[in-house]
Design a protein around this ligand. Structure first.
Ligand code: DGL
Length: 259
């Protein structure tokens, strides 16, 4: 079982930012990554639609023999992880916005969060925010349009800059010192964010924490791959493979798959 792959999925190409963290920490693990880009974005869909798509992706990965599933999508995690865990009996890791570390460390008592509508309106997000951030101000902004631009290869476009500036303005006006990236597509915005944000604003995401959690859960379940050769990787998308390959610096093959 330990040689079986780690299955990772996202609504699209963004979860590759999480795959990178996992591959860095666990280079000997075999991995399968599914980008459901044909159905992106998830963030504007109903909870029911997000649950159904998450079940479809998880079932596909489990049929491929995956030993653990990483839901590399905040929107799918916050809307569907409890149902996935009810339906399947292998470990399932999720990703949630890193509100806790931002709330614990803010000096200005004001943090910003950029995420999808689906994440910001979820019960899980509200619970986490109430628990860890009830004594600070949280400026929430829906990153409308960002995922669509990344999915269509327009990461470094003028349109992206215009969107980001408008989402960051109310946060900067409110004096945030932390910006939480609550969507796995957003780490790819880092160069633009560094350009647009003053230096004292720290940007955090949950990628590294998810990789550490994946390792811990594999260890606990005796599922760590003990091979010493580099793990095999498989990247599948049901949309344009070239866009995903470019986010992987064209170092990996990406295959089209109608799943
Ligand atoms: N990467 C997904 C997330 O983390 C994007 C959601 C979407 O497709 O809208 O939420």
């Amino acid at each position: 079982m330990s040689k079986q792959p780690i299955g990772i999925f996202d609504s699209g190409v963004g979860g590759t930012s999480i795959w990178k963290e996992i591959h860095l920490l666990l280079p000997h693990e075999n991995t399968i990554y599914l980008a459901d880009s044909a159905n992106a974005p998830y963030g504007t869909k109903s909870k029911e639609a997000i649950v159904n798509l998450s079940i479809k992706n998880t079932a596909y990965l489990i049929n491929q023999g995956c030993k653990i599933i990483v839901v590399a999508c905040n929107t799918a995690t916050t809307n569907a992880i409890h149902i996935l865990r009810q339906n399947y009996n292998i470990p399932i890791i999720g990703i949630e916005p890193a509100i806790k570390p931002a709330a614990l460390n803010t000096q200005t008592k004001c943090v910003g969060i950029l995420a999808t509508k689906g994440t910001l309106s979820s019960e899980l997000f509200h619970k986490t925010t109430d628990l860890f951030a009830n004594n600070i101000t949280v400026i929430e902004r829906i990153g409308e349009g960002i995922v669509e631009l990344i999915e269509t290869g327009q990461l470094y476009s003028e349109a992206m800059k215009v969107l980001l500036k408008s989402y960051l303005k109310p946060m900067l006006d409110a004096n945030i010192d932390y910006l939480v990236l609550g969507c796995t597509h957003y780490p790819y915005l880092m160069p633009l964010l560094l350009e647009l944000l003053p230096q004292h604003v720290k940007i955090i995401d949950s990628g590294e924490a998810v990789a550490r959690q994946t390792k811990a859960v594999l260890e606990k379940n005796g599922l760590l791959n003990t091979q010493t050769i580099k793990g095999k990787t498989a990247f599948y998308t049901n949309a344009n493979p070239a866009i995903m390959a470019s986010l992987l610096d064209n170092k990996f093959d990406v295959e089209y798959l109608n799943f």
